[in-house]
Design a protein around this ligand. Structure first.
Ligand code: FMN
Length: 298
């Protein structure tokens, strides 16, 4: 059977990714009792799923870690880019990751190409047996910064040159030019992943459950955005862009479809699968899925 897998230029391969934010800043799940079984499993199988750590910026950003609402088939959040800043992250979280022998992907963003360049110099110093790639988050649905196409291309080029690590790009449906971004980065990024989608685009005319308390609508993730993200994936493929795609917003059935059925068709819409909201709803399902696939996907 043909594998569902992304093979990066540094030789690292992955089928499953924990999307940025799903497993915290150290790829080990948030420190909450509901993640205990998951943490136990992650100790046993640290590299079944490659975690993308929650997005880091050069300076610390406050964010709002409480601004999350769990709907039936979705989560809406306005956590924004809350993070301790790259250097504080390195002091606090990196030693834990190193000790566990976990391989990770960093997620980064900034307010300018110069900011990305500064981050790139810091990342270049980190050991390459742990950092397997960088995901450039140019699409955070909860912040006002809109990355222009030229700046995205330049930032990716700077990251490539300075870090020599594989670079991925995270796009989102509300970026009207996502197809252009995918086209323009075809030769320079090694995967495309998908971000959450602003509330208004998924539930037009309906008030967000975050509005009253936080005065923002937030961004939706989970099954409710699956079709929107799948549509983007199809458009990318239809445009002849061959960058590997990481499917997001999937549940058990979709993973089954991707991992066991779609692979037999000549047109496959995803090359790997990321889990985000699924970790929040059913914290250890993604590991169960990855374990099952690993044992049978040969
Ligand atoms: C609470 C929360 C925090 C998130 N934080 C980030 C983040 O820091 N950076 C990022 O690129 N995506 C972030 N995301 C988006 C996810 O990584 C993912 O792209 C999105 O949830 C869609 O995938 P899913 O439907 O499988 O969850 C976050 C999502 C949630 C629900």
């Amino acid at each position: 059977m043909e594998d569902v897998m992304i093979k990066l230029s540094n030789g690292y391969e992955f089928c499953f990714m924990a999307s940025s934010g799903a497993l915290g800043f150290d790829g080990f799940g948030w420190p909450h009792p509901k993640y205990w079984i998951l943490r136990f499993l992650l100790k046993k199988y640290p590299n079944l799923i490659v975690p993308v750590v929650k997005t880091l910026t050069l300076p610390a950003q406050k964010g709002n870690f409480r601004a999350i609402y769990d709907g039936d088939d979705y989560v809406v959040n306005a956590v924004e880019l809350g993070n301790p800043g790259f250097e504080a992250w390195y002091e606090k979280y990196f030693p834990k990751i190193e000790k566990r022998g976990q391989k990770i992907i960093l997620s980064i963003t900034g307010s300018s190409v110069t900011g990305i360049e500064k981050l790139a110099y810091l990342i270049a110093k980190l050991p390459k047996h742990i950092i397997k790639g960088i995901e450039f988050n140019c699409s955070c649905s909860n912040v006002m910064k809109i990355w222009m196409l030229n700046d995205i291309v330049e930032a990716v080029s700077v990251l490539n040159k300075i870090t020599e690590l594989p670079i991925g790009i995270k796009i989102a449906h509300h970026q009207k030019n996502y197809l252009e971004i995918a086209k323009a980065t075809f030769q320079t990024v090694e995967w495309i992943s998908f971000n959450s989608v602003p509330w208004e685009m998924i539930f037009p005319g309906k008030e967000s459950p975050l509005m009253e308390k936080y005065d923002v609508s937030g961004a939706v993730s989970g099954k409710a955005i699956k079709d929107v993200n799948k549509k983007m994936a199809f458009e990318i493929r239809k445009a002849g862009i061959k960058t590997p795609i990481v499917a997001s917003s999937v549940g058990w059935e979709e993973v089954f479809e991707i991992a066991y059925l779609d692979v037999s068709f000549s047109f496959r819409w995803a090359d790997a699968v990321s889990f985000g909201t699924l970790f929040r709803k059913h914290p250890y399902w993604p590991l169960k899925i990855a374990k099952k696939y690993n044992n049978s996907g040969d």
